[in-house]
Each structure stands twice: as C-alpha cells, then as structure tokens.
Write a protein that binds this ligand. Sequence first.
Ligand code: ADP
Ligand code: MG
Length: 195
Amino acid sequence: MIIAITALKGGVGKTTTAVHLAAYLQEKAPTLLIDADRNRSALVWSKEDKLPFYVASQAGSTSLVKKYTHIVIDTQARPEIDDLKDLATASDLLIVPTTPNHLDLDTTAKTVEILESLNANFKVLLTQVDSRTKSGRDAREFIEEHKLPTFKTDIPHLVAFERAPQKGVTIKEYPDPRSHVGWSSYVAVGREISP
Ligand SMILES: Nc1ncnc2c1ncn2[C@@H]1O[C@H](COP(=O)(O)OP(=O)(O)O)[C@@H](O)[C@H]1O
Ligand SMILES: [Mg+2]
C-alpha cells in the first residue's frame, strides 16, 4: 500500500504521522518511509538508525521501492495542485493531518475541496488534540458541519511526541508514562487503514 501524508500547511503533524504509521505498518510487512520534504525532518529523525523501518530521500528511493510492501511518503509543505494530483494518482490513500486550530481546519477544508475535485482517496486526521480543552470537540463539530471525511481516531497532544525525535525513536520507545496513549492512537489509525 502507498500512503502519502500531505497538507497545505506545515506544523500540522505530517512527519509525526508518517513516522508512526510507518512504524505500525512495519509490524505487518516491510515498510519504507520516503522523505520527500526539503526539510528532511524524517531523515534527521532516522539519523541514529533507531527507527524500526528504513527512511530514504526521494532521490534515493527509486531502486528501493519494489522491495517494500508498504510505502509511506512524507511530502513537502505547501504543495502545488499539480503535486497533489501526482500524489493522488501515485498513492492508495492520502492522509491530511490537521490540528484543531481554527485556521488549520479552515485550510484543511480548502484542501479537501481540492482533493475531492481530483477524485483522490483521502482522509483527514485530527492531531495534537489537547484533552484538557474543548478544542477537539469544536474541531469535530467543524468536521461534521463541513462533511470532511475524517479518521474516527484523534491523535492526542503529548509532550512525548515532541521529544521522541530528539532521541531518534518513535513514541512507542520513548520513556514517558503517557507514551503508550500516543502509540495506541496511531495503532488505532493504522487499524482504520489496514486492520
Ligand atoms: N500529537 C502531537 N502532540 C504533541 N506535539 C506534536 C504532535 N504531533 C506533532 N507534534 C509536534 O508539532 C510540531 C510539528 O509536527 P510535525 O510532525 O513536524 O509537522 P509537519 O511535518 O506537518 O511540519 C513538531 O514539533 C512535533 O513534534
Ligand atoms: Mg514535516
């Protein structure tokens, strides 16, 4: 399966989602994460070779792709329509992460309009949801009102997600009492995609 993570905005959880879904899929079959973002955040995250799957740059991935069952693509920020068109054609599923922040949701609604016009197979993922505020509930209302196809699972806002990259690991390996909550949320998303 080829899954691309995309969004019109940066900072919404694309790389975090790409890394954790790749870790979930790797538990089922060989998975390659292609870092197609110029920032190379996923490549930096993988530098210490502690992630359970291989990360390649876009240029370095060409000869590798056929060796893997699953491919996850972390895409560049601010894609052009043509980039989205290419991604929609090349992948089985596009995932559009968004925070519950109103401006992010507004951008996500615009992204959804574009993806629908391209007949893309896509789903929105609500990330960085702070359970102490009602932002998650407000975001769900927005999502229902605008009929945005969205994963049932939310990804919670956890400090461990922010810290895991420095250690070069996923949240599953990051020592924190709440890490398992974060890992379970990506497992639940993974099950919505591939049970
Ligand atoms: N669920 C989460 N909880 C807390 N922080 C998060 C979460 N997801 C992402 N972050 C943090 O938010 C910032 C942006 O996330 P990132 O995955 O790099 O987004 P993008 O790739 O879209 O720019 C990073 O500092 C990351 O550690
Ligand atoms: Mg990124």
